[in-house]
Design a protein around this ligand. Structure first.
Ligand code: SF4
Ligand code: SF3
Length: 561
């Protein structure tokens, strides 16, 4: 079995990977080699748990399937998403937890006199003592990405794994709102195990990658249903960018259940709540508008947090990624709290009460003693254009297209990131002809959502559907427009896809779009380092997947100039 040989670590799961090929010494994201290796081991442990869990489900016709195990598997994947968790101790705890679950499941199978399936015996190389971090790291070095020697099989296995990580994140948010789908859990388990199945051919893995897109759509639809049934359909909303005079709590990440609980627990406390980065769309949901202390959005996308957390002055609550490691000189470390899959060494973990509910009282008490946020911008932005709202405007949009006022839609969803090559997206948005409308979701929007790009007959030129998972809304909108125009094929619509990717949620969004039949998607600023030339070729030939060039060249290529 191949291992890291003379490398400290190997990770190429995100767009910022070193030299576009892989982080081998330390992560560009700030992940140490130890953290990276432990994360690989956690994914492996989730497979071990999945192996016995799938056998138990089979033996008991699903009767002994538990939410505890499902949550363990999806949360383990979520922990390893880029910028979610840098806390080695927390990751080790999860690995240990997984071993206990694996032992319990195995014992239960033996109790039931089930003959154990030896297909995934190769996962059992982890027969070691949990004594030291060094022991764990030693073992972890043989379970990572480079264990697969064939570069195409490795590429497909990793593409599959990253799609599953993104799907797991969305499934976890839905689960937090009480919505679960055993089909999704079963698929995640099956596909995760397939990444360690040496009998699968490249073609079989490719079909599984495409099937991941199908389940990605299901997971996003499940989360959309969970969010909208609980909090109402997003509606056109103006969000304040300025600050008030009360102290504030800044909530970041994607988990709307945490937003709800924080708003509820902090009402009447004299503390205001501000969203940050991917939590901005919280303002679009009717259920949260009743909270008068829910005052606005502070700052930009995740990568600007080191400066913005400094000036915010109050506590910060991470509900999911993206965490940027603070600088040595950062003074906000004692003000940061993490929840769910997130963690950072030295930052506080949110307390969970005896009923399993998050207790934000420490954060609220801390906020009361803090200064009000320092103003870094003023004005407001508009959003809330998820499927229900856009469909309500469909007649107006169809008329605008028929009259020629709107000539094109450009889907510019995805992620933002710190590399200067991403200024392409700001320039692209600025250079688009005035009869083009941007459809967006995810933190990619921060590259152009404050540019005041105007409107077309009252329809804003940037329609923000919400978080990255709300890319589902963009697909629903496209399918609705296809029907409204009486078209056969979604690709006949005047829609161009120019998507910015960064982490693994963007991978599931991409696979979901491919499953829906969308062709000629452009992704940037660079193509994923984990696509081997042959795997990239399959995606190019079958789906027209392409990268980006310059704004000028791409506008011409897309027929937008
Ligand atoms: Fe490198 Fe990205 Fe992996 Fe971090 S998540 S180690 S930046 S490839
Ligand atoms: Fe952003 Fe991390 Fe991807 Fe949810 S918060 S889109 S990068």
């Amino acid at each position: 079995m191949c291992n890291l040989d003379n490398k400290n670590m190997f990770c190429y799961q995100c767009q910022e990977t070193a030299k576009g090929t892989g982080c081998e010494i330390i992560g560009v994201c700030g992940k140490t080699a130890t953290t990276a290796n432990l994360q690989d081991l956690l994914v492996w442990t989730a497979k071990l748990v999945g192996n016995y869990n799938s056998q138990l489900k089979k033996a008991t016709n699903g009767l002994e399937s538990t939410d505890l195990i499902n949550r363990y598997i999806i949360n383990s994947l979520f922990i390893t998403i880029t910028n979610a968790n840098f806390d080695d101790e927390a990751i080790v705890e999860e690995i240990k937890k997984g071993f206990i679950l694996r032992n319990n499941l195995k014992n239960r199978l033996l109790e039931l006199n089930v003959t154990l399936d030896e297909k995934f015996e190769n996962l059992e190389l982890l027969n070691y003592e949990f004594s030291t971090l060094e022991d764990l790291e030693r073992v972890s070095k043989s379970v990572g990405i480079l264990r697969t020697e064939n570069e195409d099989i490795r590429s497909l296995r990793e593409l599959l794994t990253y799609g599953l990580k993104g799907m797991a994140a969305y499934a976890e948010h839905a689960m937090n709102l009480g919505k679960m789908d055993s089909e999704i859990f079963n698929f995640i388990e099956e596909a995760l195990l397939a990444t360690s199945d040496d009998s699968l051919s490249g073609d079989e893995l490719t079909s599984l990658v495409l099937k991941t897109g199908e389940f990605g759509v299901k997971a996003m639809a499940l989360l959309d249903g969970a969010n909208t049934s609980k909090y109402g359909n997003p509606e056109i909303s103006k969000v304040n960018l300025g600050v008030g005079t009360n102290p504030g709590i800044l909530i970041t990440g994607h988990d709307l259940k945490d937003l709800e609980d924080l708003l509820e627990q902090s009402k009447d406390s004299g503390v205001d709540i501000y969203t940050h980065s991917e939590m901005l769309p919280g303002h679009y949901y009717p259920a949260f508008k009743k909270y008068s202390h829910f005052v606005g959005n502070y700052g930009n996308a995740w990568w600007k947090q080191v400066e913005e957390f400094e000036t915010f002055n109050g506590p910060i609550l991470f509900t999911t990624n993206c965490i940027v490691p603070p600088k040595k000189t950062s003074t906000y470390n004692d003000r940061v709290f993490t929840a769910n899959a997130t963690g950072y060494p030295g930052w506080k973990k949110v307390k969970i009460d005896n009923n399993g509910k998050k207790d934000f009282s420490d954060i609220i008490e801390m906020a009361k003693k803090c200064k009000a946020p320092q103003e870094i911008e003023t004005g407001e932005i508009i959003g809330g254009f998820a499927h229900n709202q856009v469909i309500a405007l469909a007649d107006k949009i169809v008329d605008a297209v028929k009259s020629g006022s709107i000539k094109n839609f450009v889907v510019m969803a995805g992620c933002d990131g710190r590399s200067s090559s991403r200024n392409y997206y700001t320039d692209f948005a600025k250079e688009l002809p005035m009869d083009s409308v941007i459809l967006t979701a995810g933190c990619a929007k921060y590259k152009y959502n404050k540019l005041n790009l105007g409107d077309i007959n009252g329809i804003p030129r940037v329609l923000d559907a919400g978080q990255c998972n709300d890319s589902y809304s963009l697909a629903v909108i496209a399918l609705t427009l296809k029907d409204a125009f009486g078209l056969e094929d979604i690709n006949d619509l005047p829609i161009t896809y120019n998507i910015a990717w960064y982490e693994q949620k963007a991978v599931i969004v991409l696979l979901a779009l491919l499953h829906l039949g969308v062709k000629n998607i452009h992704i940037g600023p660079t193509l994923p380092g984990f696509l081997s030339p042959n795997v990239a070729k399959v995606l190019v030939e079958n789906f027209g997947l392409a990268g980006i060039t310059t704004v000028e060249e791409d506008l011409n290529k897309f027929g937008l100039k």
